[in-house]
Design a protein. Structure first.
Length: 94
């Protein structure tokens, strides 16, 4: 997933500008990005849609509100690559 997205790519019809990959794991990659409309730095987690897994993390993140849990900011789907993406405010400490 990482190699197909160059520094400076724009996602979600230009709404986000990709700055760098900051982490990856078995299910996806996290990217430091900037929300174009506000200038807010966000983390975008891209996860491949897979029928073998329920992919419930997004629905859980939307419901959680706790000071020790990264909050959900936005989400969008990328149909051509079968990816779901969600954003959270980026904090270099997390």
């Amino acid at each position: 997933m990482e190699g197909r997205h160059a520094l400076g790519s724009r996602w979600n019809d230009g709404h986000y500008l990709v700055l760098e990959a900051i982490g990856n794991g078995a299910f996806g990659t996290v990217w430091r990005s900037v929300e174009s409309s506000s200038g807010q730095v966000v983390a975008i987690k891209r996860v491949a849609l897979d029928d073998r897994y329920q992919n419930r993390e997004l629905s859980v993140m939307q419901e959680l509100t706790h000071p020790n849990i990264v909050r959900h900011h936005d989400h969008f789907f990328t149909q051509e690559e079968a990816l779901k993406n969600w954003t959270s405010p980026h904090s270099p400490r997390t």
